[in-house]
Structures are given as structure tokens and as C-alpha cells.
Design a protein around this ligand. Structure first.
Ligand SMILES: [Zn+2]
Length: 107
């Protein structure tokens, strides 16, 4: 295992922050294996800023916290954000109903 230089780490982090497909891009740009890029990201505990941090003001309080899922079942790291119908409720009425859906008893 070859040690990462500081410059390589900076470049890898830049790629990590700018691309969903960072491992493949860092592999091309730095000549490191995808696995070593992924383990570097884990070791360094890199995190992408939440989408809410970019532009849209973060709404506190009465917003639905139902997580949205994108294509191929991958999380989008966004919430439904519709208004809830009472203070302290986690979900909007529609998602509250989904969350409480009763599972029919087996016959
Ligand atoms: Zn909702």
C-alpha cells in the first residue's frame, strides 16, 4: 500500500465533494484503485454537505421528515418537507398515513 501524499489527498477530496462517482474519477485522475480511494474517504470521514446547505434555507419545525428516495433505491438525502398538520408531528398527513398503514393479519 502506497501512502497518500497530502496533495493527492486534497485532490481526492476535491473529487469526492464534486462527484457522486468519485471513486472512478479519482482512480482516473490519481492512478489509485477505487478501493483505496473509498477507504481514504472513510478513514478521513469525509462528508458531503447536505443538499439543504446549498442555497435553500433550512426549514425547522413543521416540515415532513419523510426521506425521499431516488432512482435505483438510492437515498437523495432530501425530505418531503411538506407541512405537518400539528406541532411535533414527524410527517405530513399523507406520509403519516403511509407510516401508520396497518399490515393485514395473515389469514
Ligand atoms: Zn411528507
Amino acid at each position: 500500500m502506497t501512502r497518500w501524499t497530502y496533495a493527492e489527498e486534497l485532490r481526492a477530496k476535491e473529487i469526492y465533494l464534486s462527484s457522486e462517482n468519485y471513486a472512478a474519477e479519482a482512480e482516473r485522475a490519481l492512478g489509485r484503485s477505487r478501493n483505496s480511494v473509498i477507504s481514504l474517504a472513510r478513514r478521513q470521514n469525509w462528508m458531503r454537505p447536505a443538499p439543504a446547505a446549498e442555497g435553500q434555507p433550512r426549514r425547522e419545525g413543521r416540515c415532513c421528515r419523510w426521506p425521499l428516495w431516488g432512482d435505483q433505491g438510492r437515498p437523495t438525502h432530501q425530505y418531503c418537507d411538506a407541512a405537518t398538520d400539528r406541532p411535533g408531528a414527524a410527517y405530513c398527513p399523507e406520509h403519516a398515513a403511509t407510516a401508520r398503514r396497518v399490515i393485514p393479519k395473515a389469514a
